[in-house]
Design a protein. Structure first.
Length: 288
């Protein structure tokens, strides 16, 4: 079994390592985090591995995951290169969606095999991820041999891998961020409006779940254009004006968000609207 060390083992690292340990894909060896207490917690969650508090304690491994936040990956690669622990044909990879494997270039002086594999999965809740990771897509780029060594471990925990060109990663990641993180921000905005309308958070969440699930299903099983309903799709100027006025009274930031997303919605609705309705709605939704 290949050995695995992890530099930066947070939400993503501990979930993947737990799954790999359980499926006997890697022998999880050492975990180095910023804080040793956090590394100990990661080992506890994984059910394997040994927390190390200092770089000098690290030992070689066949595979290294740099699982720290994106801003620290290049510096950790540089520090790892300096230790001289990475041997010929050892694999070093990271899981960032925005960065290519070239961010690991301090390690390319030797003959380490470098790659990146980005799971299109939200690791917000570790226990949920243990149950639901299988079926997630993972975008791979980097050294062919490194990927040939890593893919079986991802396949074994149910990942579906696809190739991505490193030049396209910033746009590819922006797409994931909009669908995942901005959906969270949108739900937060919606919950705030419900609360101001006198509907409590618990009730509002129950109300949103079927609406959002149904909309997502319609949108992704047909197309956003076909899934679109509501006042903008109907060209209902008076309703949009009333909502915008209420939002401006309540919170101008929410009114701006409504207008920004409204302009994108109007583009989707354009084929259904005559010029007069379209122009009237556009005037409402354009920034003041
Ligand atoms: N979260 C997701 O849903 C998700 C999805 C796909 C890809 N990713 C990618 O996965 C990577 C990790 O994200 P995450 O959400 O797991 O981050 P996270 O939960 O914030 O964990 C980051 C870990 O890295 C450690 N760390 C940070 N700087 C370090 C340093 N200089 N030396 C040693 N350890 C360091 C932190 O240690 P401490 O705990 O001691 O602070 C922490 O344990 C990122 O590249 C991210 O883009 C994340």
């Amino acid at each position: 079994m290949q050995t695995l060390n992890i530099l930066g083992c947070g939400k993503l690292g501990r979930t993947l390592a737990h799954l790999w340990h359980r499926s006997r894909q890697f022998d999880i060896r050492q975990i180095l985090n910023r804080h040793s207490e956090s590394a100990h917690k990661a080992c506890e969650f994984i059910g394997s591995g040994r927390a190390v508090g200092q770089w000098q304690q690290l030992q070689p491994a066949d595979v290294w995951l740099i699982g720290a936040n994106d801003g620290s990956i290049s510096e950790l690669a540089r520090q790892l290169a300096e230790t001289g622990l990475v041997r010929q044909d050892d694999v070093v990879f990271h899981c960032s969606g925005a960065l290519g494997s070239n961010v690991l270039s301090p390690l390319s002086q030797g003959t380490a095999l470098l790659a990146s594999i980005h799971p299109v999965h939200s690791f917000a809740c570790a226990n949920n991820s243990l149950t639901h990771f299988a079926g997630s897509y993972c975008a791979c780029e980097g050294n062919t041999e490194a990927l040939a060594r890593l893919r079986p471990a991802f396949d074994a925990i149910g990942a579906r891998t696809l190739d991505i060109d490193s030049h396209n990663k910033p746009l590819y990641h922006a797409a994931s961020v909009m669908a995942c993180n901005y959906l969270v921000a949108l739900m937060d905005a919606s919950l705030e409006c419900f609360e101001s309308a006198g509907i409590e958070a618990d009730q509002a969440s129950k109300l949103l779940l079927p609406l959002v699930s149904q909309t997502l299903t319609n949108c992704l099983s047909s197309s956003p254009r076909e899934a679109l309903t509501g006042p903008i799709a109907r060209g209902d100027h008076a309703t949009v004006a009333r909502q915008l006025e209420a939002l401006q009274r309540h919170n101008t930031h929410l009114a701006e968000l409504y207008q920004t997303l409204g302009r994108r919605t109007l583009t989707l609705a354009r084929p259904k609207l005559d010029d007069e309705r379209h122009t009237a709605l556009k005037q409402l939704l354009d920034p003041l």
